[in-house]
Design a protein around this ligand. Structure first.
Ligand SMILES: *[C@@H]1O[C@H](CO)[C@@H](O)[C@H](O)[C@H]1NC(C)=O
Ligand SMILES: *[C@@H]1O[C@H](CO)[C@@H](O)[C@H](O)[C@H]1NC(C)=O
Length: 323
């Protein structure tokens, strides 16, 4: 928990309290006249005043911060809503602030005539009109929007409590095509070395590639690793080589199936320091298959005459909604 930065003047605190008392009186009046419908449309302060009145003696007396709701991942160009989930108790609030990677980009100071303020940060465009004390709306995400988003909420006098919670968001883009297999020959003999490459279409993050021989994952000794590379638009590609000696046992009923699977995934990270490993969220998987057929007539340990078929890619998984 961070310590409170006291950097405000007393009149603001007074303003905040006066505003709150007015809201409370307004809410009480509306309750008394039975106009609950009107009360609910009286804005956030009105609602809060009614709630704390009804829950007197029940909930927490002081400000508490439950957490933030930050999307684990978003697609480039989408908007994202970030929520700061706090209970104010009976404490008057001073401010709600949002940071990306410790740089402040949004501030709401209670009791001011212009309570909202935004600060310019790469990748963060706040829709001010759709942002308030409990949420901020970020417009048109770019890859620069990837980062750790933190909400800091501060109570006013007499307690001055300050709490903060954060969550990570990754901006992703799926590939437009499946992976491509290169280096396939039309003819292999037992004892030949087959050398192939699988290259993923550009995406962010880069796809993870895996080779399978007859549905069995290729062992690391057969793989040739390459570094991923970045395209001019910021998207990334990866290549994985496969190199193995063709063996009779590779042909099952005269067929050999080679598959390259490309998986675009992102790892969620718990901000809670006690949990270090994240959960992998698979955004998309695509496969490329090549069929290698032996000619049925070959009896000698020679040319398993090969024909290949390129199968269309198959989309196996889709995006998983994240709240
Ligand atoms: C990301 O930020 C860098 C500098 O901070 C800037 O040069 C680049 O244009 C930004 N990219 C996008 C897509 O906004
Ligand atoms: C695989 O890719 C590497 C690196 O680009 C290249 O040097 C090699 O010739 C490729 N092999 C095949 C079989 O295409």
């Amino acid at each position: 928990m961070s310590t409170r930065k006291i950097s405000r003047s007393i009149p603001e605190a007074g303003d905040g309290r006066a505003g709150r008392i007015i809201y409370f009186l307004l809410a009480s009046l509306l309750l008394l006249t039975g106009q609950l419908g009107l009360c609910l449309s009286a804005g956030e302060h009105g609602r809060r005043a009614v709630k704390s009145r009804g829950a007197k003696g029940g909930g927490s007396k002081y400000l508490t911060l439950e957490g933030v709701a930050v999307p684990v991942y978003k697609f480039r160009g989408e908007d994202a809503q970030l929520e700061c989930r706090y209970e104010r108790g009976t404490d008057p609030l001073y401010s709600v602030k949002w940071y990306k990677d410790d740089n402040e980009f949004y501030r709401y100071v209670f009791g001011r005539s212009k309570p909202k303020q935004t600060f310019i940060i790469p990748g963060v465009t706040v829709d001010v009109h759709r942002s308030n004390t409990r949420r901020v709306l970020l417009k048109s995400l770019t890859f620069n929007s990837t980062g750790v988003y933190k909400c800091e909420v501060s109570a006013d006098s007499p307690h001055f409590h300050t709490f903060e919670k954060s969550g990570s968001m990754v901006v992703v883009e799926l590939p437009q095509q499946g992976p491509v297999i290169q280096g396939m020959k039309s003819h292999y003999r037992v004892g030949d070395t087959a050398r192939l490459n699988c290259t993923s279409a550009k995406s962010k993050p880069a796809a993870e590639l895996a080779w399978y021989i007859n549905e069995e994952k290729a062992v690391p000794e057969m793989l040739v690793e390459y570094y991923p590379w970045v395209h001019r638009d910021g998207l990334e590609s990866r290549r994985l080589g496969l190199s193995f000696t063709v063996d009779k046992s590779h042909f099952i009923m005269g067929n050999l199936v080679l598959k390259c699977k490309a998986t675009v995934a992102t790892v969620t990270r718990e901000e809670d320091a006690t949990i270090s490993e994240g959960e992998q969220v698979i955004l998309e998987q695509r496969e490329k298959l090549v069929y290698v057929r032996s000619s049925a007539s070959t009896a000698l340990p020679v040319s398993l005459g090969l024909l290949l078929n390129l199968a269309a890619l198959a989309v196996v998984g889709g995006g998983r909604p994240v709240t």
